[in-house]
Design a protein around this ligand. Structure first.
Ligand code: THU
Length: 150
């Protein structure tokens, strides 16, 4: 089992609640092309949870990941401060696989979250999980601070 000690910005109980919500969101995934179904649950600093699923498209390119769906829902509702996100991704017959966020989603997270402490909970459909900070997933990223230095 890939469970690790340390939960970053959330305790174990909160991590498990977020995983449950991510699993529920995964049920809504629209993924007829890849048949890989992903759900995410994003926790704001104020304690609100925004969920998201992947939404694919026949033209492939316009497809959106679950993580970005959750972020865009939250930001479009005025949220700007986030603590953690749980992600559950697997095909129809999961063999315990994990789906760490893609590079584009890591970059979207970096726009709104501090790399040192934003907590990414990567779970499988059995509820097992491991935890990373955004900084571990996207070291030395490019962000708003780079533009201010020009
Ligand atoms: N996907 C996500 O939603 N999140 C991830 O972390 C990885 C990939 C989606 C995109 C696409 O709909 C499907 O999973 C297969 O790549």
């Amino acid at each position: 089992m890939k469970r690790e000690k340390g939960f970053g910005m959330v305790d174990g109980e909160t991590a498990e609640k977020l995983i449950k919500k991510a699993m529920e969101a995964r049920e809504k995934a629209y993924a007829p092309y890849s048949r890989f179904y992903v759900g995410a649950a994003l926790l704001t600093e104020a304690g609100q949870v925004y969920t998201g699923c992947n939404i694919e498209n026949a033209a492939y390119g316009p497809s959106n990941c679950a993580e970005r769906t959750a972020f865009f829902k939250a930001v479009s509702e005025g949220e700007r401060s986030f603590l953690a996100i749980a992600i559950v991704g697997a095909g129809e017959e999961s063999s315990g696989q994990y789906a760490a966020p893609c590079g584009v989603c890591r970059q979207v997270m970096a726009e709104f979250c501090r790399p040192e402490d934003f907590t990414v909970i990567i779970a499988n459909t059995a509820g097992e999980y491991y935890v990373r900070t955004l900084g571990e997933l996207l070291p030395d990223g490019f962000g708003a601070a780079n533009l201010q230095k020009t």
